[in-house]
Each structure stands twice: as structure tokens, then as C-alpha cells.
Design a protein around this ligand. Structure first.
Ligand code: NAD
Length: 339
């Protein structure tokens, strides 16, 4: 098995790469332009076992093609993307070019080079602002209606994958729609390191460590139990495990789309409270006005991934996720694992 991981120097891709390097003998190639990924993370992965690294931008279509050919790639796990929602509103073309155009080219070259499995990082942002959510959460058949170019760029890529697979019987995909990913590797050698950071849990962890003055809570008048919005936080290690499972899943099963979350919502205020509790810290949180495009509730229905892929989460615990993010941030403060 020759696996190409695009974006393997980034947050989620590096956790999947780590798990593959540790638990399989597959040949791994990481392709990354290091735009947001970290060379130090790659050095850390190299200490597990050897893999190939190609420093390349996906927009270099011909070189991507050569890489697939030379490494005889048969499976692609595609993480590389631009991921900052507000930036996508300001600069939509960056997102359509990097996420949709580059993914379309990768899919085209994959089919031409007989790649048989394509695992794609999509997002709960494809659901937009769901209303009338059932108690069981948003399932994969819930209408998609992204409200920003980031979500749309991912939904368009999903469509390209689906249409391509429908006329190429040897080409199968798994699309994962991630909910809110957080946490770090158990040994704290790799973790989340976005610049700028826009995700709640690392921001709260930074605040607990005094790297930020306060945490802003955007709106406390939502129709939720405490007025702040509700999200589904999934530990990156459980998410990584789902990707490993997806490789085998495609041996026996047809292409499919899976939500990846725990199916349980926590409010922003609960995250703040939990972080204070598990780290024994106190810090300021400030209620400010709502942000445009923030749905009140975004929680997954995860019954499909559990039943069809036998995905059994091991880190489904908000205090554990908060502690993991905090410990990693603390380690970053000691300048371990930074770029
Ligand atoms: N982090 C989350 O909570 C979250 C939630 C939903 C979906 N996702 C999706 O998961 C994937 C990974 O997200 P992440 O948080 O690890 O992001 P990240 O920014 O940490 O990682 C992305 C990686 O892709 C690389 N990259 C970007 N554009 C590239 C290009 N044109 N050519 C080559 N390499 C390129 C970057 O250098 C980086 O290493 C993305 O597709 C994202 O949309 C993430």
C-alpha cells in the first residue's frame, strides 16, 4: 500500500500520519507546501520511521502527477486546504483555487494514475446554519447549505469526488465531515498550531496559560441552555483512527460520506468552565455580540460512522480534550514543536 498524505505537516494530517507510521507498514509519502504546516512536525514524525516528504504546492499540477506516478500511489488522504472561515469571506478566490481547483486536479490525476481510494477532509460547515435540528443531531442526509466560501469550496470538492466516482468504478472515496477537532497526541509531540488561531479550545487553552488576556464569547442570547452556542468537539486521535479505518473500509464497501463528531454538544461557556476546572486556572471571559454566520447549534448525528465503520471513540470526554489542548499549548510555550 502506497499512501499519499497531502497536508501531512499540518494539524490533523500529522496525527493521521503519526498513527499510520506507528501502527502500519504502509509506504507513506507526505506532500505539503509548508504554508501552514510545520517542518518540525515532520522531523518529529521522522523519528517514528522513514517516509518520503515532497515539498510541493498542489497547484503544480504536473509535479503532483509525477509524484503519484513515481511513488505508485494507490491511496490518497487529502487534508491540504486553506481553513480560516473569515479569510474565505474576504478572499474567496484563495479558497476556491486552493480547496476546489487543486482538489479537482488531484482527483483527476488520481483517476489517471489508477488511485483506488481517496479519503477527503470535509467539514460540518457544509451544513451552514441548520435549523430544526433533530435531537439526534445533524445526519449526513441533512440539506447542505454552506454560508461561506470555505464551506462551499469543500462542498464543491465533495461533488467532484462523487461525480467522478460514479463513472469510475475502480475509484472509491470516503468523505469525512469533521465537527470541531481539538486535542493533541498523547505523548504531546505534535498538536494544533494554527497562526492565526481561530478555534475555541486552543484559544481558551492559550488564555488559561496567560498567552491571551481574555476569551471572547460571541453571543449569549442563542436558544441554547446557557445562551452561548453549542458545538460538537472531537479529539484529533479519534478522528485519526477513523481515517485508518476508512482505508480498510473501502476494501469491502462502496464510497460513502460520514460525519465525524461525538454527537454531543457543549456550549462555549461549558468549554470555558471545563478548561478552568481541569487546569485549575481562572481567567476573564467577555460576552460580545454574535458573529455573522455562527449557527446556534452544530452537533453531529454519528450513528452512521459508528455502525458502518465500527468507529469506537476512545477520547470522548471534554475535560480530557481540554487538558490535552492545554498541555500541548504549555509545551509550545517551552518552544517544543513550534515551527
Ligand atoms: N481543524 C479543524 O477543526 C477542521 C474542521 C473541519 C475540517 N477540517 C479540514 O481538515 C483539513 C486539515 O485541517 P488542519 O486543521 O489540519 O489544517 P492545517 O492548516 O493545520 O493543515 C493543512 C496543511 O495543508 C498544507 N497545504 C495547504 N495548502 C496546500 C497546497 N496548496 N499544497 C500543499 N500543501 C498545502 C499546509 O501547509 C498544512 O500543512 C482541512 O482540509 C480542513 O478543511 C479541519
Amino acid at each position: 500500500m502506497n499512501i499519499l498524505i497531502t497536508g501531512g505537516a499540518g494539524y490533523i494530517g500529522s496525527h493521521v500520519a503519526k498513527q499510520l507510521l506507528e501502527t502500519t507498514t504502509y509506504n507513506i509519502t507526505i506532500l505539503d507546501n509548508l504554508s501552514t504546516g510545520s517542518a518540525k512536525t515532520l522531523d518529529t514524525l521522522k523519528t517514528i520511521r522513514d517516509f518520503k516528504f515532497i515539498e510541493l504546492d498542489l497547484k503544480e499540477f504536473d509535479k503532483v502527477n509525477s509524484a503519484l506516478k513515481e511513488k505508485k500511489i494507490n491511496t490518497i488522504i487529502h487534508f491540504a486546504a486553506s481553513i480560516v472561515v473569515p479569510e474565505s469571506v474576504e478572499n474567496p478566490l484563495k479558497y476556491y483555487m486552493n480547496n476546489t481547483v487543486n482538489t479537482t486536479n488531484l482527483i483527476k490525476r488520481a483517476v489517471e494514475n489508477n488511485v483506488s481510494k481517496f479519503i477527503f477532509s470535509s467539514t460540518a460547515a457544509v451544513y451552514g446554519e441548520p435549523t430544526n435540528i433533530p435531537n439526534t443531531g445533524v445526519d449526513e442526509s441533512y440539506p447542505t447549505n454552506p454560508i461561506n466560501p470555505y464551506g462551499m469550496s469543500k462542498l464543491m470538492s465533495e461533488k467532484v469526488l462523487q461525480d467522478t466516482a460514479s463513472v469510475n468504478s475502480d475509484f472509491k472515496y470516503v468523505i469525512f465531515r469533521y465537527f470541531n477537532v481539538a486535542g493533541a497526541s498523547a505523548d504531546l509531540t505534535i498538536g494544533e498550531c494554527h497562526e492565526p488561531e481561530t478555534h475555541l479550545i486552543p484559544l481558551v487553552a492559550k488564555t488559561a496559560l496567560g498567552k491571551r488576556d481574555k476569551i471572547l464569547i460571541y453571543g449569549d442570547d442563542y436558544p441554547t441552555k446557557d445562551g452561548s452556542n453549542l458545538r460538537d468537539y472531537v479529539h484529533v486521535l479519534d478522528l485519526a483512527d477513523a481515517h485508518i479505518k476508512a482505508i480498510d473500509f473501502l476494501n469491502e464497501n462502496s464510497s460513502n460520506i460520514f460525519n465525524c463528531g461525538y454527537g454531543k454538544g457543549f456550549s462555549v461557556k461549558e468549554v470555558v468552565k471545563t478548561m478552568k476546572l481541569v487546569t485549575n486556572t481562572n481567567f476573564i471571559s467577555e460576552i460580545v455580540s454574535r458573529r455573522a454566520g455562527d449557527p446556534a447549534i452544530l452537533v453531529s448525528d454519528n450513528r452512521k460512522i459508528k455502525s458502518k465503520m465500527n468507529w469506537i471513540p476512545k477520547y470522548e470526554d471534554l475535560p480530557l480534550i481540554c487538558k490535552s489542548a492545554y498541555d500541548w499549548e504549555n509545551r509550545l510555550g517551552e518552544e517544543i514543536g513550534t515551527k
